[in-house]
Design a binder for this molecule. Structure first.
Ligand code: ATP
Length: 202
């Protein structure tokens, strides 16, 4: 019986950018994934404000990127679920709806530092292989999660560091500065077509 290796990569993706794409590609390759799901959140629990653009725009931009990689797919379950998007609920959904799978969860270093604040983080660690990618200039120091019991040291996915954030892109678009090469051309065209991020509250 073949076990399918499934990657879960969640985020606000407001918008999805080159940093996301590069780490998703490294995740797929280094963890030998059969498929990786981009999972736009409805509302990330650790972010104070919900994204101001419609979740359907964020979803659509993820779909544009998924069409550029044969192993990327999009799962819209967190947006359909609404409310706070807890990863543990998503993991339960995958375990309930797919058989013979092994789950891998990708997060950036900033989220690894906050991981103990995630709902049911100990349960998450028992259900998935946690993978962390470096972000920013800090050295990558990973929590060992000894308190969970068993061996839960996260796996490092090493990719070139891309110093891009959705916040910086939203600000640049608002200020009419170039974001060329920071996001995929087709995503940029989508942003322009729908005049996204032209309002200061974005
Ligand atoms: P924002 O600036 O709006 O907070 P963001 O750029 O951090 O957004 P998210 O959608 O919140 O993007 O990120 C989803 C996941 O991708 C997180 O785990 C985050 O750590 C990781 N990530 C985002 N950008 C990068 C990057 N440039 N390099 C490495 N990891 C990243």
């Amino acid at each position: 019986m073949k076990i399918r290796r499934i990657g879960i990569f969640g985020g606000s993706f407001n918008p999805i950018h080159t940093g996301h794409c590069v780490i998703a590609d490294g995740f797929i390759e280094q963890c030998s994934l059969d498929v990786c799901y981009l999972i736009p959140t409805y509302h990330s629990p650790l972010k104070s404000a919900a994204p101001s653009i419609s979740p359907f725009h964020r979803l659509e931009m993820c779909r544009i990127i998924a069409r550029t990689h044969p192993k990327l797919k999009v799962w819209d379950g967190e947006i359909r679920r609404k409310g706070k998007s807890f990863t543990i609920d998503t993991i339960h959904w995958f375990n309930k709806n797919f058989e013979h799978i092994e789950l891998f969860l990708l997060i950036g270093q900033d989220q690894a530092n906050l991981f103990r604040q995630w709902k049911d983080y100990q349960e998450i660690l028992r259900q998935v292989r946690l993978c962390v990618v470096r972000r920013g200039d800090e050295d990558l120091t990973l929590p060992d999660f000894n308190e969970v019991g068993g061996h839960h040291v996260p796996r490092v996915v090493s990719t070139p560091r891309i110093d891009v954030s959705s916040t910086a892109i939203r600000e640049a678009v608002l200020n009419k500065q170039s974001v060329r090469y920071h996001i995929h051309d087709k995503v940029l065209r989508y942003i322009r077509r729908h005049t996204l991020y032209t309002n200061p509250v974005c």
